[in-house]
Design a protein around this ligand. Sequence first.
Ligand code: BOM
Length: 143
Amino acid sequence: KVEVMKDVTLGFGEALQHCREQSQLTEEMMEEFFHFWRDDFKFEHRELGCAIWCMSRHFDLLTDSHRMHHENTDKFIKTFPNGDVLSKQMVTIIHACEQKYEEETDHCWRILRVAECFKKTCTDQGIAPTMEMLMAEFIMESE
Ligand code: BOM
């Protein structure tokens, strides 16, 4: 599962460059998307929430009310090798995190909180990829 999560993260992260300008996320705030999984990564910039909003829209993963589109998200995860072993669990986690921050009316802040909750839950459930895995793959892909 951690292998699949590594692939999904890097796949989703490909939309980062596309979303940088409109979300005002500077390289100083987040250099590469996979830094998301670093132990010391801080969820403090609203711009990151805006960027994840943009990235999710890029892959058509949101509904008209800016919540996760369950079916599209399930399909997106299943486009990665062995994605089916993780899709249901990921959709369940994101949905539970959305419920938790339902009262936040600013979409960028809400999505940032959902992302933080997603990371924490993944770590607790043992499906968070390690930085070693992510960096090895990222470097391999860029060579
Ligand atoms: O209610 C808004 C839903 C936004 C979803 C936020 C999820 C945050 C995920 C950030 C990390 C993602 C890695 C892969 C995601 C694939 C969906």
